[in-house]
Design a protein around this ligand. Sequence first.
Ligand code: IMP
Ligand code: MG
Length: 177
Amino acid sequence: MNPLKRIIVSRDRILKRVDELAEEIQKIYSNDRLILISVLKGSVIFLSDLVRRLGPNAEFYFLQMSSYRDATTPQGKPDLTALPHPELKDRHVLIVEDILDTGQSLANARDYFAAFEPASLRICVLLAKEGYESSPVPNPDFVGFVIPREFVVGYGLDYQERYRGLPDIGIPADLAD
Ligand code: IMP
Ligand code: MG
């Protein structure tokens, strides 16, 4: 049985868009040292495709955050756990996230990194759910796809830790309607 009952973004579209995003990012930073901060665990697959298109001056680090725990709707303020990263003052920092939904997680991450006074602080999300313009993160700098307000999995996104390895993004077949 297909693990997805409906594909929202196919693997081909994802990879084509990652190429474009990498180009957009290269244009902005050219050969500057760039600090990517990937939000665990959902953005890891996206990060790994993205960073391989960014050339030698992109470094990456991680941030642990959880908001959904076991549910499919947000459960209050997300927990943030900083993992080791270099001095960020006067550096270019780009937060890499899988999906912008309520914007709580990214707003949290943005405030956390802004306190280090980086030279620039930008946000790159693969997916943004419709309506994100009225979230606390209304203007992410790089957006892969705007998708309907449905719960999606695949390409790093999970439902109770499953589905992260699927190459396509879509609606899981075993999630009740
Ligand atoms: P936000 O704080 O509501 O913007 O949620 C962001 C986080 O919730 C993401 O990093 C994901 O981990 C998770 N999330 C939001 N929407 C989905 C979804 O449709 N599928 C899987 N995880 C999601
Ligand atoms: Mg996440």
